[in-house]
Every structure is written in structure tokens, then in C-alpha cells.
Design a protein around this ligand. Sequence first.
Ligand code: NAD
Length: 497
Amino acid sequence: MTSAEAARTDDRVDAATDADRSYPRIQMYVAGEWTDGSRGKTVPVVNPATGETLGDVPLATTDDLDVALAAADEGFRVWRDTPIAQRTAILHRAADLLVERSAEVGRIMTLEQGKPLPEARGEASRVAGGLRWHADDARRAYGRIIPSADDTVLSVRTVPVGPVAAFTPWNFPAGSPMRKIAAALSAGCSIVIKASEETPGTACALVQCFVDAGVPAGVLNLVFGEPAEVSAHLIDSPVTRLVAFTGSVPVGKLLAAAAGAQMKPCLMELGGHAPVIVAPDADPVYAARKAAAAKFVNAGQVCTSPSRFLVHASLHDAFVDELVTAAEQVVVGDGLEDGVGMGPLANGRRLSAMERLVGDAVDAGATLRTGGHRIDRPGYFFEPTVLTDVPASAAVMTEEPFGPIAPVVSYTDLDEALAIANALPYGLAAYGFTRSSATAERMVRGFEAGILSINHCGGSVHEAPSGGFKDSGFGREGGPEGLDGYLVTKRVSHLLV
Ligand code: NAD
């Protein structure tokens, strides 16, 4: 986006004031039509900042899902055979529309998920960039010609794998669905996506951009439903050729097992419990400020959120003092209000989880340095929290907190810190702070994780892959690797007669 475009987006944002609390009608998009489905059953969508119901989301029946699958089957044939230049032009048009609509999409996202409006709007326009990146990269999904040992012409081609069944969560209501839709459509696949029933308005707004850009009927289908019922039905269908999921490790294991039983490939973007190692030569104030900014963004509900702070004993007190100051400076409130730095948690489950994790840590001997309590107001607000002296046995040190809690422990030896960092089954993100290139390289080699940042807490980027080691999943999103899972290789041996 150019600075002029950014300025125009800002104007629109001012127009989307906190007074506007209207929420769109939620429907599914199946076979080229917006529909309520045939079940007649809905679940409410709740504003986590107020606890009020915003609207209702319809739940699909298995018959509705069969219509979506048949449409995706037909849509795949149409889209696969659409010339790549035409596909790319449509996807770029969808990206343009999303940027144009980012103020409104962000407003809907804040209403249903809670994150501050600038974060929500930033997410909406950023994911348009991801769509453009994949759309352009798909033009380079080259095959190759191999010198043959005989009279054959031997070649390798990459082709789209087929209709995709995708499942996305509520923490990045635009980012998660877009990563799957962008990769699938860029590769030439069709998709049936079940976005989160807790943040359906953003998913509908994204899909509308593709519809308005001219994506043919059946290529992109959006459904909602009972998650276990929908995933079982979509994964079992012979139409589905690839399963793509973002969410928790336990659900990922269930879906990967279901896909395995059908011999279907799957891509799993699962949880993490990212360590941050602060080496003795680091600047503790700088490290604490960077870590705090990353910790409290999206109220800590990020799979790559820094969540175990391993600080060299010599810097521990200086680091903790700055982290506590930063936590106490975070302005918590309704994300639609000006100046808010952290919104509510996205649902009541996270609020109960925060109370349980803090209570358990304190019972185990941790010191509560700041925060630690739900905020006494409607909605699901929790204080930015710092814990120190947290024993390894505390649940917060092993269980992904997915909330605004920063547990700090001190260490004396880098190998010991790396051993703690790698001790969990997770392996998604890891962070290191040091002024020494040798120490940085020890960290890079030592961390068992797929997303590493040194001297900052970097977010995901379009041009490089993100993904996990160990229980954090497999497959990559973003970068050239992001298309790999959506493509399949054909070897062609052509005997010239
Ligand atoms: P959850 O495990 O119940 O659900 C996680 C996501 O999976 C939700 O979007 C849910 O709708 C979906 N889901 C659940 N069961 C499903 C099924 N059988 N088939 C298909 N989809 C299914 O947990 P939750 O309370 O929504 O979130 C809490 C935990 O999930 C967090 O602690 C975090 O570990 C994890 N999570 C991870 C990410 C991520 O980006 N990796 C995102 C959201 C949540």
C-alpha cells in the first residue's frame, strides 16, 4: 500500500466511529449463493467487549455440506482450467476490494473478536498483501524438463491438488481464513472453508471481496456449523483432497488422524509456547519493551506469542521492572475506543483459563508482580499479567497460555536455557536477545522451532514461510513453501513415436 492509500484508509477509519455498532447478517456462501442453510438452527455471535449478542450464525446440515462439496468439485474443474493470468487478475481484484473495505472489515472484526480497531484494520489490509503475494507466486509454479536416458521426453509438472477442506479459528478472523483461501485459490484449488462461528462476520466480508472480484461459483464455499460434525463430514468426503487446519494441538491431532485414515494430506498450523531467551549481554530494557509489545498484542491470543521468558540472572530484575512497567501502561478497553492498546479476551473460555493458570502458578510458589485478575466490567477483560519465580511444574510453563500472561524465570547457562526452551512438545516460535553474533547463532542452531526472531519479536511476513516443529504441526504458510501443500507433482514420461 502506498502512503497515499494508507492516508485514504485512515480517513475511512475516522468515519468508522465507535458509535457504529451495527453488525452484518451472517450467512453461508455455497455454490455461488449466500444461504441460511436448511437446518434452521443458529448460535449467537457475542461481542467480547460487552457480552452482548451481535447476531446469529447459521449452522450447516450434512445436506448443506454435500451441496458445498459438490460445488467445490465442479468449481475445481472450472478454476483449474481457468488461465492463470485470469485467475491472478481476479485475485488481485479481490485484494484491491479488501483494502478498500478494510475500515469496515476491521470494525466488524473488533466487534466480534475484541482486538483494537487499528490492529483489526491493519490485519484486514495486511492479508490483502498476502493474497497478492500468493497469486503472483503461483505464476512461478514451474515444472521442469529432465534429460532422459532414452527416447522419452521426461518432465515434471505441478498441478493443483484438488478441493480443500479448511478450518480456521477466531484469533485472526481475517488472517487465518485468508492464508488458506489465498494459497488454495492461487494454486488453482477450490475450497470449502469452515471459519470460526465466533468471528463469522469477518469471514463473510472476506468472501464477499472474492465474489465481487468474479471468482466463479463453487470455487470458494464458506460454511459454519458444529465443528466436529463439519470436519468429520468434509474430511470423509471423497471430494476433499487436502485438509488444512489452524487451531489447537488436540484438535489438530484429531483432524490429522481423520485425514490419515482417508490417506489425505493435511497441513497443520497448531499452537505454541514460545520461549524468549535474554542473554547476559542483551539490553534488558530494550528486550523487555520488545517482548511486552509482542506479548500483549491481540491480548496474547497469538500462536507465536512470547510466553516463557528465560532471563539471565544478571539481568532478571532490570528486565522484570521494565516488563511490569510496560504491562501497567497497556490501556485495556473496548477495541472500538480511541487509544486502547489491548481489548478483551475473545471468549469466556480464555478468561477462565487465565484465572486458572494464574491461580495455579501462585499456588505453586510464583510471585504475582502485576495484574492477575479479571477486570470488573461486562465482557471478558483480563489484566496484563507478569509472574516471576515460576516453578517449572506450574501449568503456565507447559500449557499454551493464549492470553496476556508473561511468566519470567531466571537462568545462568545458555545451554540450560535452550534445554528449557526445547523441553515442551511445542516448537512454533522462539525469540532471542543478545548483542553477540556467536550467541545469536547458538540460539538459531539450538532452538527447535520453525519461526525464529533475534533481537525483536517479528510477526509473520508474506514472503517467508511460517510453521511448526513437533506438536506445533507440519506444512508451511507463506513464502514459496506456502503453495507446496496445495500443489501435487506429476511425472510425465512421453515416448516420441
Ligand atoms: P478448541 O481447541 O476448542 O478450538 C480451536 C479451534 O478449532 C476453534 O476454531 C474451533 O472451532 C475449532 N475446532 C474445535 N474442534 C474442532 C473439530 N472437531 N473440527 C474442526 N474444528 C474444530 O479451543 P478454543 O477454546 O477455541 O481455543 C483455545 C486453544 O486453541 C488455545 O489455547 C490455543 O492453544 C488454540 N488455538 C490456536 C490457534 C492458532 O493460531 N494456532 C488459534 C486459536 C486457538
